[in-house]
Write a protein that binds this ligand. Structure first.
Ligand code: 0O2
Length: 206
């Protein structure tokens, strides 16, 4: 990697590492209090120069304004057990004092044509450098384990087919997306049953 890229990506590396610690901290706090955590696990990455250049090329973006044109140079992924947890995580993010939310995109209510479902939150995060504060944009993707399973498979297939899937594969991916959606629905209903049972137990014990 060239020195220029290293310098440009350094605050993103810093921001992703810091945010991973913070999000994992939220999970730990729930666990310590013995309450269900809306966060199951967290991952993070900084895009490679090659991947940034490819996105600029494919989307015809302005390469002189990478910091604003490519909003997911730094990315965090929050995995949740239930769809309801996703919205709890979004609410937690909205209430934070350590960064600003720039945009929210709900690809759960409005799934992408590909079948992709996730909730995207772009934030402006202040990185404290030795010569002052630099704000960087980070994309936080919040999704269930089922959504993550589908997206991971589709993403690797995308490398091979560049989105131009043979018809049967396209249909299979559509069916798989629908199956993942149904799985999330079933799990939400089970979750409701568990909560009703817990409430019943609380009010009737003793
Ligand atoms: P990586 O790092 O390899 O995952 P926009 O479309 O600009 O309004 P959006 O959707 O937030 O807003 O941005 P974009 O650039 O389309 O997608 C950002 C990231 O979302 C992607 O990163 C994927 O991680 C994920 N994503 C979006 N659409 C899909 C999809 O159809 N399938 C899968 N599997 N993932 C998707 P990259 O660029 O792929 O990089």
């Amino acid at each position: 990697m060239t020195i220029e890229w290293e310098e440009m990506l350094a605050p993103y590396n810093q921001a992703v590492e810091e945010l991973k610690v913070k999000l994992k901290g939220i999970r730990r706090e729930y666990t310590r209090k013995n309450i269900h955590s809306p966060i199951e696990f967290v991952t993070g990455r900084v895009k490679t120069p090659e991947s940034i250049a490819e996105k600029v090329r494919v989307r015809h973006l302005d390469k002189n304004h990478l910091e604003t044109e490519v909003q997911d140079i730094g990315g965090l992924r929050v995995m949740c057990q239930f769809v309801e947890d996703i919205y709890d995580v979004v609410q937690l993010l909205r209430e934070r004092q350590d960064f600003e939310i720039v945009t929210e995109r709900d690809y759960i209510l409005n799934k992408k044509a590909s079948g992709y479902r996730s909730y995207h939150v772009v934030i402006s995060y202040p990185v404290e450098k030795i010569d002052g504060i630099q704000h960087v944009l980070l994309e936080i993707q919040i999704r269930t384990l089922a959504m993550n399973f589908w997206a991971t498979i589709e993403h690797s297939l995308n490398y091979k087919y560049a989105g131009d899937y043979p018809k049967t594969l396209h249909r299979r991916l559509e069916r798989a997306a629908e199956a993942a959606f149904q799985l999330d629905k079933e799990m939400s209903e089970i979750r409701e049953d568990i909560q009703i049972a817990q409430d019943y137990f609380k009010t009737n014990k003793g």
